[in-house]
Ligand binder design. Structure first.
Ligand SMILES: *Cc1c(COP(=O)(O)O)cnc(C)c1O
Length: 356
């Protein structure tokens, strides 16, 4: 159990206008959570304080060697007024895995969930009520030693900030085109692909710019060795419905992020009696499936969009159509099913939500 002190913000900001589009990640609530780590002392000084700039030496390690990680989750407003988190222990576990790989000291899972819960409870009036909107939660850790030698830092800062965010689909579910990247790769076996390390996103930007220039919304990554097997999309895991069977790349190479949404999609489909496999999926299989018509649906799955239907994939200058290019019935059903649980509109027999 953390002992969290609270300093209230003497100048709270006005809440965003509920009539206006919120967008994503541009405004922040009145408070943030901070906790320090010092080697020999462990994590200490857990505190909620007014949201403010951080003051750091230009020599701070994180600026040079990217010893940094983050998490991403949301708080949802239920119709009965409760504020819900969705499977927060999965984020806590993933954070531990990421920290382990980056030589960042672990934060105990219960402490992580407690810190998120207490901050969100304090800021609960910032959770938007409007359909599809939520309070985005961004926990992160940075290395704070101000020394230029390359080594694991001896001090760290754990911070959580909150941002009211709009519906990903202001105009309803919308199928996107995705760019299958043949040149750049995101992750390799033995690397940090399975972590939410900041560096993974820096190295994805060049391909993302290519994708955008080609009119595609997202990059679909291939494996780092043969560039033949499907990995994942920008910040989403990817699923394909091939001949009535759902398939997603397996996690065993350590190059793919284990999404909370991915795990939830697999569980729901298995409960619904839809065969759902975690396996290797080659690009050739998708090209064939698109041509034969066996590839009837494809969608990304992640906290931001929940389910993002893919209507078309661009590969080697060709356009691979997915089904009829629209929103498939399974994508629609999963979107509805998951958001009904997250927003507390449906019963929660799996205990996936946590009211704070
Ligand atoms: C965050 C993320 C996901 C999705 O994870 P969720 O827990 O479902 O939000 C998938 N892939 C990458 C690369 C990510 O950063």
């Amino acid at each position: 159990m953390l002992n969290i002190s609270t300093t209230m913000n003497p100048n709270p900001a006005a809440k965003p206008d509920p009539q206006k589009e919120l967008g994503f990640g541009r405004s922040f609530t009145d408070h943030m959570f901070l906790m320090d780590y010092t080697r020999g002392r462990g994590w200490h000084d857990a505190r909620i304080v007014p949201f403010a700039n951080l003051s750091l030496s230009p020599a701070t390690m994180v600026f040079h060697y990217a010893q940094a990680m983050f998490e991403g989750m949301k708080a949802y407003r239920a119709p009965d007024g409760r504020t819900l988190l969705f499977r927060p222990h999965m984020n806590a576990r993933r954070m531990k895995d990421t920290c382990g790989r980056l030589c960042i000291p672990e934060i105990p899972e219960d402490d992580f969930v407690q810190a998120v819960s207490e901050l969100v409870r304090l800021e609960k009036d910032w959770v938007p009520e409007r359909e599809g909107c939520s309070l985005y939660i961004r926990p992160f850790v940075i290395a704070t030693d101000s020394v230029l030698g390359v080594a694991a830092s001896k001090t760290y800062l754990f911070c959580i900030i909150l941002s009211p965010s709009g519906s990903y689909y202001a105009g309803g579910l919308n199928p996107v085109s995705i760019w299958i990247e043949e040149g750049y790769v995101r992750a390799v076996r033995g690397g940090i692909g399975f972590t939410k390390a900041g560096g993974n996103y820096a190295c994805s930007l060049a391909a993302q710019e290519r994708a955008h220039a080609a009119g595609c919304a997202q990059v679909l990554w291939l494996d780092g060795v043969e560039r033949r097997y499907i990995e994942e999309v920008g910040a989403m895991n990817i699923f394909f419905l091939l001949d009535g069977r759902l398939a997603t790349p397996s996690l065993d190479c350590g190059s793919i992020l284990a999404g909370v949404t991915r795990d939830s999609v697999l569980q729901l489909c298995r409960e619904w009696g839809i065969p759902a496999e975690e396996r290797r999926i080659s690009i050739d299989e998708l090209v064939d499936g698109s041509k034969s018509g066996k590839l009837t649906e494809a969608f990304g799955a992640g906290t931001a969009a929940v389910i993002s239907p893919v209507g078309e994939m661009r590969y080697q200058g060709q356009s691979l159509r997915v089904g009829d290019g629209g929103i498939g019935p399974l994508s629609q059903r999963l979107f509805r099913g998951l958001t009904d649980i997250q927003f507390g509109r449906a019963p929660d027999p799996r205990g996936w939500t946590l009211a704070v």
